[in-house]
Write a protein that binds this ligand. Structure first.
Ligand SMILES: [Zn+2]
Length: 359
């Protein structure tokens, strides 16, 4: 039997380079593994390749013969690309007067979204959305008290320390973590000039506002009504279809001096989702304690407590978190150390992620 021509000729397939084509792009589009056929392509098309291995728009290129019958399915094996330097994809700024194909799109992931939230403070205002784990989730965060009401108060040396600043700091840290995972977060109680503070003593101030920038009233009833109405209005606006919306309320109340309290959780007695939410976070805390403090049993509980105004009157499924007892020395130590506030926020966020995944 006569074989009249070599492989290259019998199988010669030509393609025309388009704008944006480089050798790798062209090979892949035609089902050829660039790691395997790159050199062969250059050999076959020497005359039409620029010094930096770029292609010329509109010229015809001979494709190497596909040695691998499965090659069409073997698109872009990342491993085999290791020998190929990315630079060689970039068309030359050569002396040729002919128009060359422009640089192919770089193989870097799309630039992550960056959110700007000035409430986090100048250094932390920019939040890079690093994943979409919480995409579609909406959170409303209320830190207890605020404005004219500082909540529980204790003395630290000569300084006065108040509950609302600590609950707020944990809340901001939590908000930032949730946003970084793709969630939409509304910070209901806000302080425009505090930010996330890596400090022990968070000085008491009275300039917190209620979303969106409303003055917080002095009366407790009006104060709670105000935040409840803010959350409910947003909840209605964001409703429609099956939208996952959750409210998280955080406090650091004071009880009797001796009482150590582990972080514990309240939910509305008739809210299944609220109960699940509380349990999801509690579950995370149990695991964390088992891992980081194996000698200390975590005794935080989940309970229903529908007598509280905010629990009773807000629409989204919610959890009310007590972060500690401000009057107890051990709890104080924990909450005054910003590393612990960061850890609390992290653990809560992980519990929230776990709950969202149950949807
Ligand atoms: Zn409180």
């Amino acid at each position: 039997m006569l074989s009249t021509a070599g492989n290259a000729q019998t199988a010669a397939v030509t393609v025309t380079a388009k704008r944006g084509d480089g050798i790798i792009v062209l090979l892949r589009r035609n089902g050829l593994d660039p790691g395997k056929y790159y050199k062969e392509f250059i050999r076959l098309n020497k005359k039409n390749i620029s010094r930096k291995n770029g292609l010329y728009i509109g010229r015809k290129y001979v494709l190497p013969e596909n040695q691998d019958k499965k090659a069409t399915e073997v698109k872009a094996e990342p491993d085999s690309l290791e020998n190929v330097k990315p630079e060689i994809e970039i068309p030359a700024d050569s002396d040729t007067t002919e128009k060359e194909a422009p640089e192919p799109p770089k193989k870097v992931p799309p630039t992550p979204k960056v959110i700007n939230e000035p409430l986090f403070g100048t250094k932390l205002a920019k939040v890079t959305v690093e994943s979409d784990e919480l995409k579609g989730a909406i959170y409303y965060l209320i830190s207890g008290h605020g404005g004219p009401d500082p909540g529980a108060l204790i003395k630290q040396g000569r300084k006065l320390v108040s509950e609302d600043e600590y609950a707020y700091d944990v809340n901001l840290r939590l908000a930032r973590k949730l946003m970084a995972k793709g969630a939409k977060v509304y910070i209901i109680i806000q302080d425009p000039n505090d930010g996330i503070r890596d400090k022990r003593i968070l000085e008491v101030d009275y300039d917190e506002v209620n979303y969106p920038k409303k003055k917080i009233p002095r009366s407790q009833r009006l104060r709670l009504k105000q935040r409840t109405e803010s959350v409910n209005a947003l909840f209605l606006r964001n409703s429609g279809g099956k939208v996952y919306q959750r409210l998280i309320v955080t406090h650091v109340d004071s009880r009797s001096v001796g009482e150590v309290i582990d972080v514990f959780f309240y939910h509305h007695e008739r809210s299944k989702n609220g109960k699940r939410l509380a349990e999801s976070i509690q579950e995370t805390f149990k695991k964390k304690y088992a891992r980081y403090q194996p000698n200390r049993k975590y005794s935080g509980t989940v309970a229903s407590r529908s007598g509280l105004y905010v629990i009773r009157n807000t629409h989204p499924a919610m959890v009310y978190i007590e972060l500690g007892n401000l009057k107890n020395t051990k709890d104080q130590k924990r909450i005054l150390d910003y590393n612990n506030r960061e850890a609390l926020a992290k653990w809560i966020s992980e519990g929230l992620i776990a709950d969202f995944k149950k949807e």
